[in-house]
Design a protein around this ligand. Structure first.
Ligand SMILES: *Cc1c(COP(=O)(O)O)cnc(C)c1O
Length: 452
């Protein structure tokens, strides 16, 4: 009989999000006020986020109930499939069993709607009429645009100008879902106007776009701000991924030895890993966890673990993270979603405690892995997800070399249908192999605040 390939849980999607803060062996370092360097309380975040999300941000409750309205929307694409990558296994001729959890089935084509829907819901509950956010290549902006359309909330997206001009299709998606999108730096905020006065041709950056969206939310009574990765409540919402996977592995009669995720801000990796990590923290399982990052933006593998700002302008609270410096501008690799200077504080804490391993790869070997995956499993991966595939393939080949069986699961965080230009570049041999920009990192690290 053929190996069973496709696993959907017969049960419903999870009823609760899993909050790993409840199970951490040591508490993570608190966020600090940017000026006083004292730990901040929840009230410091109140101008930007609805109270329920702030409560989740600081919560130590193990399970937080998913509201029915949110589960109802999750139902459009959840539970997402867990698939045994039999075609890839065969091509690699490996004794390892490889599975992937496929988040590309969401309306926006990635894992990001898992948190976007939850965030839009809590904003709606608290009477927020409008949300402002930033987006780089448009994955987060399109996910939030979709979520806001579900709850009839206005959404304003500040999109990095170079992407706005060069990658128009995610902008089309946002507009199709009813959001207004403006190229950043824009004329709509002080931050944007100041930069345009100095440099009318500015291509923009994620840091500038964040400053514009935060200013927009802070200036308007009816508007809040929303972030698509890094923060505790974002990672919390993503745990539907790992909880479903645990049930699906039960159905498969299997259990992973290694859990792999690509890491930009850390949310999709954490979403798959944290529910499995619970058993490791409790000493019940000896699962390994592997975060894969780009060689050009290697915060975990090359960064320093210290307090830094979440944004370029230095407006956010200080968070303890593996960081390359908030002023660091990574090279323009195709996996735009992985170009963040730091990493989610929760993931960093677990990495520093030895629960998670990390590795960095340049983009050419990742595209090679993605191409093999597309030719064996059919699905075209997002360039971000290709890093997880590369990590999983290396694990499978190591198992083969050692003559061991090994069960590997990775998060296929999104599909690559809006990234075909990047595949064109790869297939034509035009992709430059990125490297670790040591000099730029050293420069950026000089601007980190010194905490007494
Ligand atoms: C945004 C994005 C990522 C990176 O974000 P994380 O917070 O690290 O998960 C990875 N994959 C896809 C498809 C994305 O859109």
């Amino acid at each position: 009989m053929a190996t069973k390939k496709f696993f959907l849980p017969e049960s419903e999607i999870p009823t609760h999000w899993y909050n790993i803060a409840a199970d951490l062996p040591t508490p993570p370092p608190p966020p600090l006020h940017p000026a006083t360097h004292e730990p901040i309380g929840p009230e410091a975040l109140a101008p930007l986020f609805p109270m329920e999300l702030i409560k989740q941000e600081v919560s130590s409750e193990r399970y937080i109930e998913i509201p029915d309205e949110v589960r109802e929307i999750y139902r459009i694409w959840r539970p997402s499939p867990l698939v045994r990558a039999t075609g890839l296994e065969k091509a690699l001729d490996t004794p390892a069993r490889i599975y992937y959890k496929y988040e590309g089935v969401s309306p926006a084509g990635s894992h990001k709607p898992n948190t976007a829907v939850a965030q839009a819901y809590y904003n709606k509950q608290e009477g927020v009429r409008r949300i402002a956010t930033e987006t780089g290549a448009g994955q987060w902006g399109s996910s939030l645009a979709f979520a806001c359309s579900q709850f009839d909330i206005e959404c304003k997206v500040y999109m990095v100008r170079i992407s706005y001009e060069q990658k128009p299709y995610r902008r089309s998606l946002m507009q199709l879902w009813g959001s207004s999108v403006v190229a950043s730096p824009s004329e709509d905020t002080n931050a944007g106007r100041t930069i345009r006065e100095k440099d009318p041709e500015s291509n923009g950056s994620l840091g500038i776009a964040i400053s514009e969206a935060v200013e927009d939310a802070a200036m308007r009574e009816d508007t809040k701000y929303s972030l698509g990765s890094v923060l505790n409540h974002v990672l919390l919402h993503q745990t539907v991924i790992g909880q479903e996977a645990i049930k699906q592995f039960e159905m498969a009669g299997d259990y992973p030895d290694v859990v792999v995720g690509c890491a930009g801000g850390g949310s999709n990796a954490a979403g798959l890993m944290f529910p499995f990590l619970k058993a490791k923290i409790e000493g019940k399982r000896d699962t390994r966890f592997l975060a894969v990052e780009p060689a050009s933006c290697p915060s975990l593998t090359k960064g320093e673990y210290r307090y830094d700002f979440g944004d370029v302008a230095g407006l956010t609270p200080l968070m303890k993270m593996y960081t390359l410096g908030h002023g660091f501008m990574p090279p323009g690799i195709h996996a735009g979603g992985l170009r963040y200077h730091a990493m989610a504080p929760l993931l960093c804490h677990l990495y520093s405690e030895g629960f998670i391993e990390a590795v960095a790869h340049p983009q050419n070997p990742c595209f090679e892995a993605a191409t093999l995956f597309a030719r064996t499993e059919g699905i075209v991966p997002a360039p971000e997800s290709s890093h997880a595939i590369k990590g999983a393939i290396d694990e499978a080949m190591a198992a083969k070399e050692a003559g061991q069986s090994r069960v590997i699961v990775f998060n296929l965080s999104g599909h690559g249908f809006l990234d075909l230009a990047a595949y064109d570049d790869y297939l034509a041999g035009r992709l430059v192999d990125d490297h670790y920009p040591e000099e730029k990192v050293r420069e950026a690290m000089k601007d980190l605040p010194v905490i007494a």
